[in-house]
Design a protein around this ligand. Structure first.
Ligand code: SAM
Length: 204
């Protein structure tokens, strides 16, 4: 499928659920704080990754750097169990996500840095390339410091930074792979690596 047609179909999906488009091609205004651009995850990627998260009614997913909320939209559209929260550094994006998620009781959005959010209530984390490696390392250390029960974390980026999780005490790789081609056409500038990790504080 041509990229243009994929974009059109994703926009229709966004509009049906949220009443607004959730893709954003702008560059971030927060690069000095280590933020990456607000690229939304493709729906077909979310279908593939979230199916592997073993969510249940007691799950609480945090989308770290939620942008306008595409991952939250998929969570609601797919009627996944549990609830999902997004945290977003860029106030404009956070406000857009807050506005449409108000209609869904299982969704919420926090404006601010993921480094300031208490993490103990979350069972699952989704990170699509939100920030630079030094911030990612701080966030991983924050999970280790605050988590009191096993959690599942899904990370995706094009810069190979999943090495940050390797060899850390308590972390175990569940599955990993690459995404680049969808229905015969490349959909990312370069292949995206994803990995799903379990962290058990009791195993440290
Ligand atoms: C690649 S986008 C991912 C969007 C969304 N998670 C999705 O999958 O559709 C990364 C987002 O992370 C946000 N971000 C960067 N640093 C952040 C931080 N410290 N705390 C919260 N959000 C952050 C950026 O502003 C950007 O919107």
């Amino acid at each position: 499928m041509a990229l243009k047609e994929l974009n059109r179909q994703e926009l229709l999906r966004d509009l049906a659920l949220c009443g607004c488009g959730l893709a954003d091609e702008r560059s971030t205004r927060f690069a000095a704080e280590g933020a990456h651009d607000p690229t939304a995850t493709r729906y077909f990627v979310l279908e593939q990754l979230f199916a592997q998260l073993d969510l249940d009614e007691s799950s609480h997913l945090l989308d770290v750097g939620c942008g306008k909320g595409r991952a939250l939209a998929y969570f609601a559209e797919a009627k996944l169990p549990g609830c999902a929260t997004g945290v977003e550094l860029d106030p404009d994006l956070a406000r857009t996500a807050q506005a449409w998620t108000e209609n869904f009781e299982q969704l919420s959005v926090i404006e601010g840095s993921a480094l300031s959010v208490p993490l103990r209530r979350f069972t699952h984390f989704y990170l699509f390339n939100p920030f630079d490696s030094p911030i990612l390392e701080q966030f991983v250390e924050k999970i280790e410091a605050e988590t009191r029960r096993p959690i599942t974390l899904c990370h995706m980026s094009d810069n190979g930074e999943n090495y940050l999780f390797m060899g850390r005490s308590g972390w175990r790789l569940q599955s990993e792979g690459w995404i680049h081609i969808h229905q015969g056409a490349p959909v990312f500038g370069c292949p995206q690596h994803w990995s799903i990790w379990k962290f058990d504080p009791a195993a440290r």
